[in-house]
Every structure is written in structure tokens, then in C-alpha cells.
Design a protein around this ligand. Structure first.
Ligand SMILES: Cc1ncc(COP(=O)(O)O)c(C=O)c1O
Length: 381
């Protein structure tokens, strides 16, 4: 069990920040690491060829630990989810009449690539809607996804949780069904990895793509992607020098090399060695591994569950906790006036997001139960 970690961050004292799904605050030590990285370039003579590789290797190793994979070379450093998904769409073999399945209202970076690919190839983008009733919503939505997977399906691209309201998608069941029909399973882990345990060995996705600036507690503009065997001989979306075999030998760089580095390293972005962002994200994921993601999820559950449950009697609706996570929770307003609620949250210095028809509340280890009590009090007025 872990306790509140607010003192490790620099959040303003009177701010109730319940918005990690928007962006995490920085750990003090991650901030320090970033400043050290920035200052490194004061004297470039101190930046050695080995520095282009060392921290990025450590970062891949640390992420491999977080998602439970044995080969860190299956991890590529990427700048964004859209970049990681572009690699998938560049390599997915799909033809006319075949299907890509997504859940409705997915984040655009996990929608546009498939929309465009389907337009180019004549494949069909199948969007699975939740039921219109709230009762059993998560369960029925999951069943609809499973029912839609058939022999024409080439890929399911989905999050572990829905980014607007935290609805859990049952990845193990989706994996079994996709396997039965020979379809890929591609996960956007941005809103879950780092706060909700994710085990690649157990789920066996074909790709897992994560932005770094939310639950991984990293800076903006760096993320991480795992690619499985399907992508082993694939084509990267760009051709950069560092992804070629033996790029470590700077004197031989113009002896152009047809082969790539091992595993998924061919998919890492150009200038992946970013001397500011890489050590920052490394430091953040080291901390997550030390705390343990299971403990982070339990912590969020402990500070939220009892208090949030009382909202049901105040005319709000929250999904059954078997079909949602505890770090990202959609509170549906039902008959409440969203403009009034927005104004009173703002007045009370409570920071959450409004997404679709829900308030998205996304706590993390810097929150305390009293933050949730304050939120519920304001919502109940
Ligand atoms: C589920 C999800 N995926 C991805 C992103 C970010 O995508 P990108 O890195 O392409 O900007 C977000 C940002 O809110 C998100 O919620």
C-alpha cells in the first residue's frame, strides 16, 4: 500500500487537481532531471556518441519492466500516439471489404489512421456504439465489440479504458476472439499504462502505444510503443540514421547500411535520443516501477470509491466498478446543468475535464481522499 505523494510534486497548494487524464504534473525529481538535460547542451563536447544510446536503452528497459516484456528491443521511442499508430497503419495488410473495429468516440489519434486507411483500401471501419441505456452499459458495450469480431476482421484498435469515461474494455476476451479470426489487437495504452496494470505477456497485443505525459508522468512530446512479431520485418514511416545496424559507429555512418537495428527499433522516431525528454521519462517510469502500478490503482480505488458512491443518490451516474477503472471515472450529469457545475468547480479551484456528457475525474497518487470529498461536496450543492 502507498500513501499520498503530493509532496513529491509542485502543485499549487489550493488546487484540487483531478485531471491526470488531461496531463500529469511533474515529479520534482523529473523536473530536476529535465533541467540537467537542458543544461547538457551548454557544452556539447560533453555529449558523447554513447550518450545517444544509453538513456534510451535504459528507458526501453524500464518500460519493458512496467509492461512485463522480456525483450526491451521490442520497445520504440515515439513522439506521439499518432506516430505510433501511423507505423501500424503503414504495415497493416488489409483489403477491400475487410474490417477494422474501434469503439465509438475513441481519441482522434486512434481513429483518423483507420478512417484514412479504410478510405484508401476499401476496407470498412466498424464503430461499436455503447447502448443508449445506462444500466449494464459497460457489459453490453463489451459484448457488442466481441460480437462484431468476425472472419472479415483484420484488426481491433482500442484503449484498455475509454478515454472519456474510463469504461473498461475486456482485453483478454477481445484477444481470444481476435486470435480465433486471425485479427490484430492494437491497444492505445495512453489512459491506462502507468495507473492500471498492463501485462503484455498476458494480453499479448500486437502493439501497445502510449503517450508519456499522462499516467507515465513524463514530459510532453515523448511516448513509447511496443510492437509484436507481426511488425518484425515491416517498413518504418521514416528512414533515420540511428535505427540502422551499427549506427553506434559514427565514423561509418555514410557506409550506408541496408539493415535495421533489432526488434522494433526500426520504428523509433528520428532524434529519439532527446537529452531532455528521455532521462525525464526514464526517471518517471523508474518511480512508477518502485511504487508498483497495482499499488497506484489500489490507492486511487481507496481514495475514490466510498465517496463517489454517494453521488448516485445525488442524481449522478457512475459505471458499475466491474466495468471501469478507479483512476479515470466518468460521472454522468443526468439532469444537472453542466454550465452551472463547470462554474462551481472552477470557483472552488477543482480541476477536472468535461468530455462528452460526463465529468472526467482522474486522480493519481498526489491526490488525497479529501480531494474527492471536496469534489462530491461541490457536486452535491
Ligand atoms: C486515449 C488517448 N490517446 C492518445 C492521446 C494523445 O495522442 P497524441 O499523442 O497523438 O497527441 C490522448 C490525449 O488525450 C488520449 O486521451
Amino acid at each position: 500500500m502507498i500513501n499520498c505523494k503530493r509532496s513529491r510534486f509542485t502543485l499549487p497548494p489550493r488546487l484540487t487537481y483531478l485531471n491526470c487524464a488531461y496531463m500529469s504534473p511533474l515529479l520534482k525529481k523529473v523536473e530536476k532531471t529535465g533541467i540537467r538535460g537542458l543544461r547538457k547542451k551548454r557544452d556539447p563536447s560533453g555529449i558523447l556518441p554513447a550518450d545517444f544510446y544509453t538513456d534510451s536503452r535504459l528507458l526501453r528497459e524500464e518500460f519493458a519492466k512496467l509492461i512485463n516484456i522480456s525483450d526491451p528491443k521490442r520497445v520504440a521511442i515515439i513522439p506521439s500516439v499518432s506516430y505510433g499508430m501511423a507505423t501500424v497503419s503503414h504495415n497493416l495488410k488489409i483489403g477491400r471489404g475487410e474490417k477494422i473495429i474501434v469503439a465509438s468516440d475513441q481519441f482522434p489519434s486512434n481513429y483518423y489512421p483507420w478512417h484514412n486507411l479504410c478510405e484508401e483500401t476499401g476496407a470498412v471501419l466498424t464503430i461499436i456504439e455503447p447502448p443508449s441505456t445506462l444500466s449494464g452499459r459497460g457489459k453490453i458495450w463489451n459484448e457488442r465489440i466481441l460480437d462484431a469480431i468476425d472472419s472479415k476482421t483484420r484488426m481491433v484498435a482500442i484503449g484498455n479504458v475509454h478515454w472519456t469515461d474510463g469504461t473498461l474494455f475486456m482485453l483478454e476476451a477481445i484477444r481470444i476472439r481476435t486470435r480465433e479470426v486471425g485479427a490484430l489487437l492494437v491497444i492505445d495504452g495512453t489512459q491506462s499504462v502507468g495507473a492500471l496494470p498492463f501485462d503484455v505477456e498476458k494480453i499479448q497485443p500486437d502493439a501497445l502505444i502510449c503517450a508519456g505525459y499522462k499516467w507515465l508522468l513524463g514530459p510532453y512530446s515523448i511516448g513509447l510503443a511496443y510492437y509484436g512479431e507481426y511488425f518484425d520485418q515491416g517498413r518504418p514511416i521514416e528512414q533515420n540514421w540511428i535505427n540502422r545496424l551499427n549506427s553506434e559507429d559514427f565514423e561509418q555512418l555514410v557506409n550506408y547500411q541496408p539493415l535495421y537495428q533489432e526488434g522494433s527499433l526500426r520504428y523509433a522516431v528520428g532524434e529519439q535520443s532527446n537529452f531532455i525528454h528521455v532521462p525525464m521519462l526514464l526517471k518517471a517510469i523508474q518511480q512508477l516501477n518502485r511504487w508498483g502500478v497495482e499499488n497506484i490503482q489500489s490507492y486511487c480505488q481507496i481514495i475514490c470509491e466510498k465517496t463517489l458512491a454517494s453521488l448516485q443518490q445525488k442524481g449522478y451516474w457512475v459505471e458499475d466498478n466491474r466495468y471501469r477503472s478507479s483512476h479515470l471515472i466518468g460521472i454522468r450529469l443526468l439532469d444537472h446543468n453542466p454550465q452551472k457545475i463547470k462554474a462551481s468547480l472552477q470557483k472552488n479551484n477543482i480541476c477536472v475535464s468535461f468530455r462528452g456528457d460526463a465529468i472526467r475525474v482522474s486522480p493519481n497518487v498526489y491526490n488525497h481522499e479529501k480531494d474527492i470529498v471536496k469534489l462530491v461536496k461541490v457536486l452535491s450543492q
